[in-house]
Design a protein around this ligand. Structure first.
Ligand code: ZN
Length: 359
């Protein structure tokens, strides 16, 4: 369910109540009564006008308010990568809507109060509006559409990549580093260890490249394996062009959070990431401009109307590290010409070493 829609005639994004008011249905009655009063012709006109706020597909129906959900438009034909496409794999969703006035998360009250006020100030001072957020949403969606490929990273390739990555940090004893045949007589001499040392030497250049992404921790690694498993040979996207926006958003979020909290636990919070991404989007992803804008907003007078902060933002980097890692892994994989069965390669090296030195 999308909270908002894009109206072609009004050239902007609105929820259904705002939309109907702006279209002249100003009667102060319950939203369901308002919807019931719409004629077939009016409904058909609305249907022509209203588009999905992300993928811009047409064909919506109005769903009335219930006890659990507010009234909204429902689209039946979202495009493949649209975050509102229900049939899409959850792994392909990389953004999250963030209601700046009703953020749900840990410490939500404190965080919401801070960010909502910043957003209200930013809107009043003319830094950004809902329109910028809509444009940002389209920017991220388009980038997915423009970079699609069939998932070609297999589990075998991943195992190979992570083995190489582990070699990056592996320390080998002096006896392998400065090998002399007599060392074989040491009781601790290990042929497999020696084979790994040679393998590392043979693959030095490519192994160096695996060190590029430092954030691949156990959690991200597990996520990568899950993504690969569920998307193999399916249409996915490459996020490499979003690396700078991502890196800069993390950088800026740290600076913003440090203005309010000594601990950095809010750095991964959706609401701060959403605000930070918005500031960077209007600053063309330039951190120094975004920091200046942040300082200006922070020090500007209290907002006249805090409701200006009732805006639906977007954290565009949800699940992002795993996708960024996959993009990088693909690059490294492409450079390998020796196959991915490293166990077999190690066995061959070990056999050759034994043949050469054991006699
Ligand atoms: Zn859509």
């Amino acid at each position: 369910m999308s909270i908002t829609i894009f109206s072609q005639s009004l050239n902007g994004e609105f929820d259904i109540e705002q939309f109907l008011i702006l279209k002249g249905y100003t009667e102060k009655v319950d939203i369901n009564i308002k919807i019931n009063k719409l004629s077939k012709i009016e409904l058909s006109k609305i249907n022509q006008d209203v588009l999905c706020p992300i993928c811009r597909s047409q064909g919506s129906i109005i769903v009335k308010k219930t006890k659990l959900k507010q009234a909204h438009f429902r689209f039946s034909n979202h495009k493949y990568f649209c975050d509102y496409n229900k049939s899409i794999l959850k792994e392909l969703k990389t953004s999250r809507d963030i209601d700046f006035s009703k953020f749900r998360g840990k410490d939500r009250t404190a965080q919401t109060q801070i960010v909502r006020k910043l957003v209200a100030k930013g809107v009043e001072q003319g830094f950004f509006s809902q329109k910028d957020i809509d444009e940002m949403r389209i920017y991220f969606y388009k980038s997915k559409e423009d970079s699609q490929f069939l998932m070609d990273v297999s589990k075998t390739k991943l195992d190979w990549f992570f083995y190489l990555k582990s070699l990056n940090y592996k320390h080998f004893s002096f006896i392998y580093n400065h090998f002399k045949p007599i060392y074989i007589d040491l009781p601790t001499f290990d042929w497999n260890e020696f084979a790994q040392y040679i393998f590392k030497k043979n693959n030095e250049k490519i192994i160096e490249k695996t060190s590029f992404l430092s954030f691949i921790n156990i959690k991200v690694r597990q996520q990568i394996y899950e993504i690969i498993k569920s998307t193999e040979n399916k249409l996915v996207f490459d996020v490499k062009d979003l690396y700078i926006p991502y890196k800069n958003t993390i950088e800026l979020t740290k600076i913003i959070v440090s203005a309010f909290s000594k601990s950095d636990k809010w750095v991964n919070s959706d609401i701060f990431l959403a605000f930070s991404a918005l500031l960077l989007y209007i600053s063309e992803w330039d951190v120094s401009i975004a920091v200046e804008n942040f300082i200006y907003i922070l020090n500007s007078p209290e907002p006249i109307d805090i409701n200006e902060g009732n805006v639906i933002g977007l954290n565009p980097f949800y699940n992002f590290e795993a996708w960024l890692a996959i993009s990088h892994i693909r690059e490294v994989v492409k450079e390998n010409v020796d196959g991915f069965d490293f166990y077999k390669q190690l066995e061959t090296i070990e056999r050759e070493l034994k043949d050469k030195y054991e006699s």
